[in-house]
Ligand binder design. Structure first.
Ligand code: BG6
Ligand code: MG
Length: 225
């Protein structure tokens, strides 16, 4: 396979902001009398702000109790808290292996594209010192959310790449499903039992195992390609 682009999720792949999303949602949920735990949080990973709120309200059986206006306020409160947690974010918070992988891709002229559902993504990349390391950043606004394939297909399009020759990297079950729906090779970062069940072609427990060589080897070993 001639690799044409690598599409990166952000939260939980490039840095640990997935944890901040969890903490901020947990606090917001508690304020309205809903308990969420880490197992439930797996269903929020990769999911947009408003859809995550919907899922929390349904989980707490309170979805009938809030008007659209109140939901917008709850989502805004969560985001305010989340953004405050980002205050100390700096280049040393980039997960291990990511800067090296971006360097290897650049060296081999393989575009790296950001395919995150987060509206905070540009600001986070800026804080991490990675803003100029991506060929393109997909704007999630108006694009159907993961697990729909659209954000990954848009990323491939921006890079001028054929989806069949793209690799997507994700920590979320919905993200892995989206990559597979886009007919790309799916690399999971996290637990094999969760991400494998969602269709990941390979799962690493840490980004330290990511490199251009390891990715190409994984693709080569995959009999379906
Ligand atoms: C995804 C996260 O990357 O972005 C989700 O996995 C989050 O947890 C989503 O809800 C939207 O993020 P934001 O920053 O726009 O609220
Ligand atoms: Mg993620």
């Amino acid at each position: 396979m001639k690799l044409q682009a690598v599409l990166f999720d952000l939260d939980g792949v490039i840095t640990d902001t997935a944890e901040y999303h969890y903490l901020a949602w947990k606090q917001m949920a508690e304020q309205i009398g809903i308990e969420i735990d880490r197992a439930f949080n797996e269903q929020l990973k990769g999911i947009s702000r408003m859809e995550s709120l919907e899922r929390i309200l349904v989980h707490g059986r309170k979805d009938g109790q809030y008007s659209m206006e109140q939901r917008r306020q709850l989502a805004a409160d969560k985001n305010k808290h989340y953004v405050s947690l980002l205050a100390g974010l700096a280049p040393e918070h980039v997960y291990p292996g990511i800067v090296e992988l971006l360097g290897q891709l650049a060296e081999h002229h393989v575009p790296a594209v950001l395919t995150s559902a987060s509206k905070n993504a540009p600001q986070i990349l800026e804080s991490l010192g990675l803003a100029d390391r991506f060929y393109a950043i997909v704007d999630p606004d108006g694009i159907p959310g993961k697990p729909a394939p659209d954000i990954f297909l848009k990323g491939a399009e921006l890079a001028g790449a054929d989806p069949r020759y793209c690799i997507g990297i994700e920590d979320a079950q919905a993200g892995i499903e989206a990559i597979k729906a886009a007919r790309m090779f799916a690399v999971g970062i996290g637990k094999p039992e969760l991400l494998g069940a969602s269709g990941a072609d390979i799962v690493y427990d840490s980004t330290v195992k990511l490199s251009l060589t390891s990715l190409l080897q994984a693709v080569k070993q995959d009999s379906s390609l």
